[in-house]
Design a protein around this ligand. Structure first.
Ligand code: NI
Length: 177
């Protein structure tokens, strides 16, 4: 297992649509395990492959997100391959949403309340499930990553512009110092 480097805005891989996974080979399985380890290390609850610079349609999330009341084993991940939202309904405000790839910024984001997700698991078995509440937010946020969309693309232009300016200034200062 290995920890991967999480890329941050404005890294190019974050704004690129990702390719479908055709074969779940050892490389893909290793990537998934490493993504899981990296996600827990960074205290995330979800992570998409473009966030580690790989433009493949793969995401992982903390298994406990599905059943918040369930004291399941710690650090267990669920991986989804080629996930897509096939149905969405209702609306909710995801308060203070954040992203490991969007440094030092959080915002309220309008999301669907319920989504139905279709995907393949790590063994290539097709799966379909419904998610609501926090799980629905995770699914929308992570699947957006696979389409090159960040949560800051879903907030007001004014807020987004302010964040982008702040971030570019921050990066400039990092380069100079
Ligand atoms: Ni994210």
């Amino acid at each position: 297992m290995a920890l991967l480097k999480i890329v941050t805005y404005p890294e190019k891989s974050l704004s690129m649509p990702s390719d479908k996974v055709e074969t779940i080979d050892d490389g893909v399985k290793q990537l998934i395990r490493d993504m899981g380890e990296t996600m827990f290390q960074e205290s995330g609850i979800g992570l998409a492959a473009p966030q580690v610079g790989v433009n493949k349609r793969i995401l992982v999330y903390d298994a406990r997100a599905q059943n918040p009341d369930d004291d399941g084993p710690e650090q267990q991940i669920i991986a989804l391959i080629n996930p897509k939202i096939i149905q969405a309904s209702g609306s909710q405000v995801s308060e203070n949403e954040g992203c490991l790839s969007v440094v030092d910024f959080r915002a309220d984001v309008k999301r669907y309340e319920q989504v139905t997700v279709q995907a393949k698991d790590m063994d290539g078995n097709p799966m379909e499930f419904e998610a609501d509440g926090l799980m629905a937010v995770i699914m929308q946020h992570e699947i957006d990553h696979l389409d090159g969309i960040l949560f800051i693309d879903r907030i007001s232009t004014l807020k987004r512009t302010m964040y982008k300016k702040k971030r570019l200034k921050q990066l400039k200062e990092e380069t100079i110092s």
